[in-house]
Design a protein around this ligand. Structure first.
Ligand code: TSB
Ligand code: ZN
Length: 582
């Protein structure tokens, strides 16, 4: 999908359209006051103070109509420059503009304004020449937005829109938008009964329904097998820890705003864990280790809780209770490169199995100036960042660097993917850490009998089962491969009276698989359509011909063709499809 912010011409057009929106709102609601109206990836928005009025669905067409009227009128958009004093006088009744002016840099003595007809807005520009150029726009949605994003401030009304130079571009964009909405895992998750939310459980705390639980179990089995082969040892640890555990690890100082608040039980203070590293450090520290035992790979499907802003919480993609496919790899310094490489290879292997092709590697580094988030040890950071770069270069991987995205304990390699709706998110991650092993006083004995400190790689291949499931639902539009599908085979007897018995026999034959018989008294066409709506990968249609010849006729999701085979052939076909993860 197009990023409007990155295209200069589109950016200007959308910015001018934001002014047009403000002007129309001012015509309809003369009391309106305006905060900011920036261009964003998907177009523009304007934050508006409408007093007690809350924008509703009926208002949007009225505003659009007024915008069209003003645009047709075709006033020029004129820039003028005024002094700060003049600006303060001009906007003296507008607390929002006064706030903007007062926060301008001391060096900005000249302030620019743009006027179109009866409307003037404080603005750096640039803009299109006349409002006539704003022909092909659409208001997309609206929401409440706290002034300056602070929930102690007044709630303003935010209206979003988009503008293009031609009708064709606008229509293409709107069509793409519709398709993305169809692909949104929240919609698919609801239609296919994969997960639900409930206010009584809380925001960002999804409940996995039976269909979702099947997918999750398959994902767990899949990655567990891979990890076992690679020498990982899995553990189970509690999803709480004491405050002292997180003071030891440093999370208390560097990660507290992402954590749920403290619970007091008897004399102990607990928090829900936001990460599993501290528990795994203790597991490592429970036994003595020789240099020959390393790497030691401790894995867990571990539930974590994080405070995510309520506006950021999204379906299964961004949740407050999540389950990581986590592992901490304890290695000697000379093993970092090799072990890191193995993690990257595992990521590539898994992405290959799931057919994931559209992703970016991001090397996430610290922001040197952010002393609050990142522990202060230049040597350690430089060493860790150089090490990661070195390995990435040796693997010839394409990656980009992002400052300020590192974990507080070290730099990391993140894999970024684009959801159907909204900004990119991280799926897999592999993080280098020289800090936590020190804080937990971990060691191994080297070949000379001396104590050494191990290095830790934190890694999550799926990231979380939550986010990964959201992602594959969007990638597949809900049409999962057979091995992941909650229902793998749907059997439809053509006529219950004559063919149900045979259908039941076939169901017994397939009892190693997830099979359903649709024996409702409905028309064949209706049942077949429903099988498609439910995105079931294989539908069997069993009628007289199949009964007489002892055969199976099936259709694959997405195909109109029916194939007839012997039972043995069908079993073979099904097994192959599952094994090959097709
Ligand atoms: C990999 N300590 C490491 C771990 O050992 C860690 O917690 N890393 S993390 O903070 O990056 O989280 C791991 C993965 O969890 C991320 O890569 C991302 O895919 C996923 N994740 C993070 N926050 C959320 C969230 N709010 N909802 C769903 N998944 C999330
Ligand atoms: Zn970790």
């Amino acid at each position: 999908m197009i990023n409007i912010k990155e295209d200069e011409k589109l950016s200007i057009l959308n910015h001018s359209c934001a002014h047009l929106l403000a002007q129309a709102v001012k015509h309809l609601y003369p009391e309106a006051k305006f905060w900011v109206g920036p261009v964003i990836e998907e177009g523009f928005y304007y934050d508006i103070d409408l007093g007690d009025k809350v924008i509703s669905d009926e208002d949007i067409p009225k505003i659009e109509h007024e915008m069209k009227k003003i645009a047709k009128d075709g006033k020029r958009i004129v820039r003028h420059e005024i002094s700060k004093e003049e600006a303060l006088e001009m906007f003296k009744d507008d607390p929002y503009k006064l706030d903007l002016i007062s926060r301008m840099d001391e060096s900005e003595t000249i302030i620019s304004c743009y006027t179109q007809g009866d409307f003037t807005d404080l603005c750096r520009g640039p803009h299109v020449e006349t409002v006539k150029e704003l022909k092909y726009f659409k208001l997309l949605k609206f929401s409440g937005a706290y002034w300056k994003g602070d929930k102690n401030n007044k709630m303003l009304q935010r209206i979003y829109g988009v503008c293009f130079p031609t009708e064709e571009e606008l229509n293409n964009y709107l069509q793409e938008l519709e398709e993305s909405a169809e692909r949104d895992h929240r919609k698919i998750g609801k239609n296919l009964d994969i997960f639900m939310n409930h206010d009584l459980v809380g925001k960002g705390m999804p409940l996995w329904l039976p269909n979702g639980a099947i997918i999750r179990k398959e994902l767990e089995n899949y990655i567990y097998k891979k990890e076992q082969k690679l020498g990982y040892k899995h553990v189970y640890t509690p999803c709480v820890g004491t405050v002292n555990l997180y003071k030891t690890s440093g999370h208390w100082d560097h990660y507290k705003e992402n954590m749920f608040p403290v619970m007091k039980v008897d004399e102990e203070e607990f928090v829900l864990r936001p990460m599993n590293c501290p528990h795994h450090m203790l597991v490592y520290g429970n036994t003595l280790h020789s240099y020959r035992d390393l790497p030691i790979r401790i894995g867990e499907f571990a539930t974590d809780f994080r405070y995510e802003a309520s506006g950021a919480v999204k379906g299964l993609e961004r949740v407050r209770s999540m389950c990581q496919n986590d592992a901490h790899l304890f290695v000697r310094p000379d093993q970092i490169g090799e072990e890191f490489k193995k993690v990257v290879e595992l990521i590539l292997d898994v992405y290959h199995d799931f057919g994931i092709k559209d992703y970016k590697f991001r090397l996430s580094l610290r922001d040197k100036n952010d002393k609050e988030k990142y522990f202060d040890d230049d040597k350690m950071w430089n060493e860790a960042e150089d090490k990661l770069r070195e390995v990435l270069n040796s693997l010839h991987l394409d990656y980009y660097e992002a400052i300020g995205e590192a974990a507080f304990y070290g730099p990391k390699l993140d894999v970024e993917v684009k959801p159907a709706v909204g900004p990119e998110v991280t799926l897999s991650t592999c993080q280098l850490d020289f800090l936590l092993p020190r804080r937990f006083d971990l060691s191994y004995i080297d070949s000379d009998g001396n104590k050494q400190i191990p290095v830790v790689l934190h890694r999550a291949i799926f990231g979380t089962f939550d986010r990964f499931t959201a992602f594959i639902l969007e990638e597949t539009k809900g049409a999962l491969p057979v091995w992941l599908s909650p229902v793998q085979v749907n059997i439809i007897p053509v006529n219950n009276e004559y063919h149900l018995e045979y259908a039941n026999k076939i169901k017994d034959l397939l009892n190693d698989y997830r099979v359903k018989i649709d024996d409702r008294e409905e028309k064949l066409g209706y049942k077949m359509r429903e099988s498609v709506v439910n995105k079931i990968p294989i539908t069997l249609i069993l009628g007289q011909k199949e009964v007489d010849n002892n055969t199976i006729s099936y259709r694959l999701y997405g195909s109109e063709a029916t194939t007839t085979v012997s039972k043995e052939e069908f079993l073979e076909f099904l097994k192959d499809r599952i094994n090959n993860k097709e």
